[in-house]
Design a protein around this ligand. Structure first.
Ligand code: PGA
Length: 251
């Protein structure tokens, strides 16, 4: 793994203020693993409080609007996240794509808005089970990357890609290490085509049912630069085991 491994917790729609103590425990634990970059994306309601507390972890949003401000009831923009203390935002998660009808173009607009606001951005891609069964996984992911990644001179410096097969999210099923490696190599090639030499520096995270038991193996797959973790990021105990598993890869 060329760069510092990056372990990101996606809390999804979970976390009342009582969960801030769990985030503090994660923060303290992360401080013991300086070779690993650790981050949490809590619900919007906790971003500010968590960011105020954090010393070792980065805090981010799970989505943002493509416009900086305006009449968009219920939405949160990238500058508002930045103002609340966020350092990054996740865009294009498969739950947003499937449940909110987000297209590649919409995801790209959000990613560019995030960079414009001074946030780093994690762009999610991943195939469905039917697409994998049809032998289209790499083509589908390549097309998502083409359509969703932000463009611009310095875009590559602010971008992380998360490969999350839709069928592996929250299911307990994970692809084989060989399949993860093959997909990550294919993503690396697309990043090179889009960003040129800078594409080699973009971290590619694996996500989908990463847990304390399988993290070491998945993190060792080819071109895997870290993990995007849902369910197993909700307790300090399981999340810090994953952080610890990434430790030796960053030394
Ligand atoms: P999971 O979720 O780890 O619970 O499968 C991952 C994600 O959706 O980011």
């Amino acid at each position: 793994m060329a760069n510092r491994p990056y372990i990101v917790g996606n809390w999804k729609m979970n976390g009342t203020r009582a969960m801030l103590s769990e985030a503090r425990a994660i923060d303290r634990g992360a401080a013991r693993h300086p070779a690993v970059r650790v981050a949490i994306a809590p619900p919007f309601t906790l971003v500010h409080a968590m960011a105020e507390d954090a010393t070792a972890i980065a805090v981010g949003g799970q989505d943002c609007h493509a416009s900086p401000s305006g009449a968009f009831t219920g939405d949160v923009s990238a500058p508002l996240l930045k103002d609340a203390g966020a350092q990054f935002v996740i865009v294009g998660h498969s739950e947003r794509r499937a449940l909110h009808g987000e297209t590649d173009a919409a995801v790209r607009a959000k990613a560019e808005a995030a960079l414009e606001a001074g946030l780093e951005v994690i762009v999610c891609v991943g195939e469905t089970e039917a697409q994998r069964d049809a032998g289209q996984a790499e083509a589908v992911v390549a097309a998502q990357l083409e359509g969703s990644l932000p463009r611009g001179e310095t875009a590559a410096q602010g971008v992380t890609v998360a490969y999350e097969p839709v069928w592996a999210i929250g299911t307990g099923r994970v692809p084989s290490v060989d399949d993860v490696g093959a997909m990550h190599r294919s993503i690396r090639a697309v990043l090179g085509a889009i960003y040129g030499e800078a594409g080699a520096e973009v971290a590619i995270l694996y996500g989908g049912s990463v847990n304390a038991a399988n993290a070491s193996e998945l993190l060792c797959a080819d071109e895997v630069g870290g993990a995007l973790v849902g369910g197993a990021s909700l307790t300090a105990e399981s999340f810090l085991t994953i952080v610890a598993a990434a430790g030796p890869l960053g030394d």
